[in-house]
Design a binder for this molecule. Sequence first.
Ligand code: PLP
Length: 496
Amino acid sequence: MNHIYYKSTRNNDVSILASRAILKGISDDGGLYVPERVPELDFDIKDIVNMDYKEIAYKVMKTFFTDFTEEELKYCIENAYDSKFDTEEIAPIKKAGDTYFLELYHGPTLAFKDMALSILPYLLKTASKKNGIQDKIVILTATSGDTGKAALEGFKDVEGTEIIVFFPNDGVSEVQRLQMVTQKGKNTHVVAIRGNFDDAQSGVKKIFTDKEFIQELKENNCVFSSANSINIGRLVPQIVYYFYAYSKMCSKGEINFGEKINFVVPTGNFGNILAAYFAKSMGVPINKLICASNDNKVLYDFFENGTYDRNREFVTTISPSMDILISSNLERLIYLVCDRDSSKVADFMRELSEGGKYNITENMKKKLKDFYAGYATEEETKKAIEKMYKENKYLIDTHTAVAYSVYEKYLKNTKDKAKTVIASTASPYKFTNAVMTSLDNKYASYDDFELMKKMSEVINKDIPSGVKGLNERKVIHKDICSKDEMKKIVRSFLGK
Ligand SMILES: *Cc1c(COP(=O)(O)O)cnc(C)c1O
């Protein structure tokens, strides 16, 4: 078999197999792992049209994770996509008006992060066994709100692991915060950071590349890995649902086989939409990848003028999981569009960390035409929720609403007739306040938990078990630290 090796975006000399890349999370040079080539499919997309989620997951993932055996990979998939999800479809598609919504929030924590984080612990354990790792794996995670809880659920009480989550103290919704600080499990740690998501993410990345600290941990039989979308163990499982969505659109008769569709993805760290880009490169008939941002519209500006510039005010919005100014996974796209020139990527990333911006070449810009970028303001986001509900009795969360709003602008500007699927990334129950006040301002005086009840009455569905009674659960994690204290606190958790 022809293995796929993984290169670092900042050093092409690095070349490792999937299981190693999953274990390491990020390369020592700070770069992210990228497969050395787009994997070739050993099936025709026609063949998957009637397959279920798990079958498609196996077909797609085996092309990337070539050093996993069939038995290993199927074991991971079976354990991930089970009754933790509240529907056997795993990721159902709903039609509302002329638009399709790929509901990626049917996992235990009600956000799309479950799609990958329910399998990552199994991939990691398997990878660790394959590589004869005896050390404890310490998962360090920065979260803008949803990754944290999904990672905690995935890794809680997983033998041989310890999980530490950092979240921005004032940057997550009340439901998101409570989901994390009430987390059970003897290997779980949750810390609030005085700062925003970028502070948390930079702090975590810094620890990952701190050679002395890594050595110190090694002496105590611990190794770091990451549950953030910098880990290819997150990215690859996300590619699956783009294949799945396409196959469902065919099997439901919404499109003819081969017909191109658009995907709209509410974007923060650029992981989800990058997965869609891979799906397109592998042959899924996709027309445009529509990248939707909120008021933190760094990506919109980047796609407009080729300059990535993080020097701007960080805005706290009602779509907090997209409140990000440094979209980590964009580095992978940059690597691909500069023809895998890792020294060029390293230069760009140095410019980004020193001056906060970089400029890509005209030639690179030309290769971004698969993408269309847009953004929605707070007002537009709320309007989109209201409109979708009033017209179709379909309730969407704030992130999905950003995508829907951007899609409407796209339609107006392009008159494109291609069928379009919006990645619906979270349940409205995670953002009760912002969602309900979009429907009617009278809800402004209610608290989040009264609003959960109201929401359940409005949409005539039970409150999902992931958030039901959340306000009565015991708060277990009360630590709060500054971004300079992250290393110290990690050390304290590991009993050093
Ligand atoms: C994480 C998240 C996003 C952003 O996804 P990226 O892969 O970081 O671009 C969007 N919506 C929700 C609800 C999320 O949790």
